[in-house]
Design a protein around this ligand. Structure first.
Ligand code: SF4
Ligand code: SF4
Length: 435
């Protein structure tokens, strides 16, 4: 079996996308892996060079080259920094998909394992529930608390680092489907994405989302046929699985007949807003994907646009908290949504927002990155925690479950007395305070 080869398949990165790069290097200071290593090949510009060289046949995709692509967090901070509008995220996803599509290549073991877990566990809710059962037992039995308390100093450092990433699964998961609110005079009908791990790990985020949308007199439904959004599959280069999941969701949400599809996980929202690119060559689905993508809204942008609705604003009570905001990469860089979380936090009486020096720098979560690239993920998290600690905040606000998990791990590792919550949970708390 060949050890090196070139890109194949329908997703080969486009020459036009790559040509936009003028090699100016403005993206380098924004890139967490370049900051950590100082190596050109761990920078956006370096990776674009490598991808262009493989695309034009000047080099083959050796294991070493793939290692440079794999170390990329896909945080897309380089897109924000780029004056030439290089669509780096799309180029990287296409490059990974074009390697995965090559049947002649023996995939790196980590790629194969990641692909297997994504297809057979993450995308299959029943299997996921069974797979999470031991973790749920671990949390509910009190063992997790013991390990994080009295036993914490006795764990080997690698195990301690891995354990700190485990979610606390004591709460009952949120798996509700169908009608979630029934306002007397609905102002809009919207659908909620349940997601794959989100409702399992952070049911309180879905509960808060529904509560806030209810306060806005939205009729909220959760289509029963929806599934995983496929974001992780796309990031990992499994475009084929990503397309299958996209088609399924487009169909499920179309049947629900809604004005907007509300997503409270920034990574999922970014992927769903880009279904149109994913299905661009599919004659049956391209148009439908375009219409669907236009309907997708992150919950924070949807709510921020309606923050002055009297039914919401007049019910906000004081929340006496010092908070800081982590701009989730796939909200700030991929979706370009930066003001919305600040608008919402600014509307909550009593709340004080203290900004980090670089709130939009990645925390090192990046989907499965913290599991497959633990060293670099930990380095990126360390820098983030330095920034967090400098704010003195008691709550770190996020907009994505991966960031929440990663920052919770950072808080534990540092012994910082802070909580991590989605912005929508703080807004829901404000509603509670006024109740
Ligand atoms: S996506 Fe993030 S990690 Fe990857 S090259 Fe761009 S800035 Fe660097
Ligand atoms: S990706 Fe953009 S910022 Fe980076 S080198 Fe190319 S043109 Fe410059």
């Amino acid at each position: 079996m060949a050890d090196t080869l070139s890109f194949v398949g329908p997703d080969i990165p486009s020459a036009e996308d790559l040509r936009n790069c003028i090699h100016c290097g403005f993206c380098l200071p924004a890139c967490p892996t370049y900051i950590a290593t100082g190596h050109e090949l761990e920078s956006p510009r370096g990776r674009l060079h490598l991808i262009e060289a493989v695309r034009t046949g000047r080099v083959e995709a050796s294991s070493q080259l793939l290692g440079h692509l794999d170390l990329c967090l896909q945080c897309r901070a380089c897109e924000t920094a780029c004056p030439s509008a290089v669509p780096y995220g799309r180029i990287m996803e296409d490059a990974r998909a074009s390697i995965m599509a090559n049947p002649a290549r023996s995939q790196p073991k980590s790629w194969w394992l990641r692909g297997f877990v994504l297809r057979n566990v993450i995308a299959r809710p029943r299997v996921l529930r069974v797979a999470l059962f031991p973790a749920r037992l671990y949390s509910r039995s009190g063992l997790q608390r013991l390990v994080r308390g009295k036993l914490a100093s006795r764990l080997p450092s690698r195990l301690a680092r891995l354990e700190s990433l485990a979610p606390d699964l004591r709460r009952s998961p949120y798996r509700q489907r169908g009608s979630l609110t029934t306002p007397v005079a609905p102002k809009a009908r919207v659908a909620l994405l349940g997601g794959c791990v989100h409702g399992e790990f952070f049911p309180q985020t879905h509960e808060a989302t529904v509560r806030v949308l209810d306060a806005l007199d939205c009729e909220v439904v959760a289509p029963p046929d929806q599934g995983c959004c496929g974001a992780l599959h796309q990031h990992a280069g499994d475009a084929s699985a990503g397309r299958d999941l996209a088609r399924r969701n487009i169909e499920a949400f179309k049947r629900a007949g809604v004005d907007a599809v509300i997503v409270n996980a920034a990574g999922c929202g970014a992927a769903m807003k880009e279904y149109d690119h994913l299905l661009r060559d599919d004659p049956v689905w391209a148009k439908r994907a375009e219409q669907f993508s236009a309907q997708v809204k992150d919950v924070l942008e949807y709510v921020a646009d309606r923050i002055d609705e009297p039914s919401l604003r007049s019910r906000l009570g004081a929340v006496d908290l010092d908070v800081t905001l982590q701009d989730s990469c796939h909200l700030a860089h991929a979706q370009g949504v930066r003001d919305a979380p600040r608008t919402i936090l600014g509307a909550i009486p009593g709340l004080r927002l203290s900004e980090m020096t670089t709130p939009d720098r990645c925390c090192g979560s990046a989907g499965l990155y913290s599991a497959v690239q633990p060293e670099m993920s930990a380095r990126v998290l360390e820098a983030k925690m330095d920034d967090v600690v400098g704010t003195g905040a008691a709550v770190i606000c996020t907009a994505n479950p991966g960031c929440t998990l990663q920052l919770q791990a950072g808080v534990r590792r540092r012994g910082v007395d802070a909580e991590v919550q989605h912005v929508i949970e703080i807004l829901s708390q404000s509603l509670n305070e006024s109740a």
